[in-house]
Design a protein around this ligand. Structure first.
Ligand code: CP
Length: 328
């Protein structure tokens, strides 16, 4: 039977369908997930959200398990929401302070993982600048350990992709055939990649726009339409996602100036008139206010889903932890 993921299925199947989670032990990218697994994660996140927003505390289904947050790069949203997700599920949460750890003495990420395993950690949430870092842990740690990619290089940020699609589904009946525009630095964005893989699976028509220097030449593996003019991507879009402009790109000569970038690609209320009436705007954060999105648009509660994305991050991460750690 075809797996249907829409706002109705998320409500009616909330928390059910646990058989849909395969024997997957790690979440490394949205590219790997089946539609059944995505459906399971969304249904469970919906259940957690419905219960918690009506004041019902979640069951401590992971009581006694230990989660380690290991962030070799900075983070506010992802790290905090994994910590809260673990606490809500009854886990002990250890936040390794990488800057004050033996990593500074040259300890490898493999040995850091081995050390955490010996200390009794059950799941590692890792952010790292290098693509393949989570796979390196998977190779050397016990098959009882669970690894979750919290953002890796320019390649993948799976829980961000999941929370973005989950948030969109709270505003549209189905994403099948919907149009999503992703604006900015696609080449260096792990958020864009994890979104592109997932949205393609969900049947979304994706359009990307940005300066030629920040757009991959070939987007055919994602089936995405490529534009250099923002206006062409915005045309009749249901959702528009602005990406954070990584400011170091200006220093490396990939954009001429922040003003030029803002003049051509900054989202504002006027430009959004090209999109569908009722269009919603997303941004993974952190924001460069005034560069990729105007202050007024970022803070417009009728259009901006930015705070909702952050809030949903906790429920999606609770569902990922539950899926991976329940039958450990
Ligand atoms: N969206 C995101 O990954 O934000 P943080 O870097 O604050 O975790």
């Amino acid at each position: 039977m075809e797996t249907v993921i829409n706002s109705e299925s998320m409500k009616s199947n909330a928390g059910s369908n646990s058989a849909a989670w395969s024997n997957r032990h790690h979440v490394i990218d949205t590219k790997d997930l089946t539609l059944e697994e995505v459906s399971y994660l969304f249904n469970l996140a919906k259940k957690y959200k419905t219960e918690m927003t009506s004041g019902v505390p979640p069951q401590p289904v992971l009581k006694g398990k230990v989660l380690a947050n290991v962030f070799y790069e900075t983070s506010t949203r992802t790290r905090s929401s994994f910590e809260l997700a673990g606490i809500h599920l009854g886990m002990h949460v250890l936040n390794l302070e990488v800057a004050a750890s033996s990593v500074q003495k040259g300890e490898s990420l493999e040995d850091t993982g081995r050390t955490l395993q010996a200390l009794g950690v059950n799941a590692i949430v890792q952010r790292h600048s290098l693509t393949g870092s989570c796979e390196r842990l998977v190779k050397v740690l016990s098959d009882k350990m669970r690894i979750i990619n919290a953002g890796e290089g320019s390649s993948a940020h799976p829980t961000q992709g999941l929370l973005d699609a989950f948030t969109m589904l709270e505003h549209i009946e189905s994403l099948k055939g919907a149009k999503v525009a992703i604006i900015g630095d696609i080449t260096h964005s792990r958020v864009a990649r994890s979104n592109l893989w997932l949205l393609a699976k969900l049947g979304v028509e994706v359009h990307v726009a940005g300066p030629a220097t920040l757009l991959p030449e070939d987007m055919s593996e994602f089936g995405a339409h490529v534009h250099h003019r923002l206006e062409d991507a915005l045309d009749k879009a249901d959702f528009v996602m602005a990406l954070r402009l990584q400011l170091e790109r200006q220093k490396s000569g990939l954009i001429t100036s922040l003003d030029d970038y803002a003049n051509q690609y900054r989202l504002d209320h006027t430009r959004l008139k090209l999109a569908k009436p009722g269009v919603k705007v997303l941004h993974p954060g952190p924001l460069n206010r005034g560069v990729e999105i105007t202050e007024a648009l970022a803070d417009d509660p009728t259009i901006s889903l930015i705070e909702q994305q952050v809030a949903n991050g906790v429920f999606i991460r609770m569902s990922v932890l539950t899926a991976l750690c329940t039958c450990q």
